[in-house]
Design a protein around this ligand. Structure first.
Ligand code: HPA
Length: 264
């Protein structure tokens, strides 16, 4: 059923333009403007593609974009849906599976996340080196934790690219929770014990689905705030939005450099 729907989505997308690329991106909260740096863009709202879930969350408008970055074709899912919006996991990962069906071989997943480490400050970018699936569910059946979703060689390469571009890039483990509320300080203490460095409400299922579909997976978090209880003050959603806006240029530069390096 899903694969039939994916074929329908691909057919309907290809009616609208070229939509072919080896590199795919998923842009999380507040990062949608990255598509403005692409040239010759063709855009299709998610709502016009068979099977695509449409987000209810502000800042996740939702469109698939084909364009070129320095002549390199890329496909971008600008916006995503979350499990907490009431979608099934198959719906949450569907747009990633469609990217694969459109020819994507390497996928860059981005998100906003809370920092669990004092030394990782709001505004820092973090390369995801491992996942902690704390959602109690998985697109995998049965549920093994794939060991090498993020290839060690690729991780090294990206760290090198960032350093050559003088962009500070932290690295760490991303814990994915269902949300939609932010965590309690006690939950963050628990995640610290599990050696998580960042926490968010997306990306884990997309990473697994992408890995399972045979793609190379890269995950980058924009740390928008200290997670609950790390500081002596409550966290607020405005800070998450503001920090995202503040660092989006650095984020765009990093994405550009990574795309250029992996396309050669
Ligand atoms: N927790 C969960 N998700 C988030 C956070 C956080 O602190 N910040 C941005 N997304």
């Amino acid at each position: 059923m899903t694969s039939e729907m994916i074929s329908k989505a691909v057919a309907s997308i290809r009616e609208r333009g070229e939509f072919k690329a080896k590199i795919g991106l998923v842009l999380g909260s507040g990062l949608g403007n990255f598509v403005d740096t692409l040239s010759e863009t063709t855009r299709i709202p998610f709502s016009e593609i068979p099977g695509f879930p449409v987000s209810t969350v502000a800042g996740h408008s939702g469109e698939i974009v084909h364009g070129y970055l320095d002549g390199i074709p890329v496909l971008v899912n600008s916006g995503r849906v979350h499990f907490y919006e009431g979608y099934s996991l198959d719906q949450v990962v569907y747009p990633v599976r469609v990217l694969r069906a459109l020819g994507v071989e390497t996928i860059l997943l981005t998100n906003a996340a809370g920092s669990i480490r004092k030394t990782y400050a709001p505004g820092d970018l973090m390369l995801i080196t491992s996942l902690l699936n704390q959602t109690g569910r998985s697109v995998y059946e049965p549920d093994p934790e794939p060991e090498h979703i993020f290839e060690p060689q690729l991780l090294k390469k990206i760290a090198r690219i960032a350093s050559q571009a003088s962009i500070s890039l932290k690295a760490g483990s991303y814990a994915g929770l269902n949300g939609p509320s932010y965590e309690t300080p006690a939950e963050i203490r628990f995640l610290r014990l599990k050696q998580a460095d960042a926490v968010g409400m997306s990306t884990v299922h997309e990473s697994m689905a992408a890995f399972q579909a045979g793609m190379q997976v890269i995950g980058i978090s924009c740390l928008t705030n200290y997670a609950a209880g790390i500081l002596d003050q409550p966290l607020n959603h405005e800070e998450v939005i503001e920090t995202g806006l503040r660092v989006r240029e650095d984020f765009a530069t990093l994405l550009t450099e990574v795309i250029k390096a992996i396309s050669v």
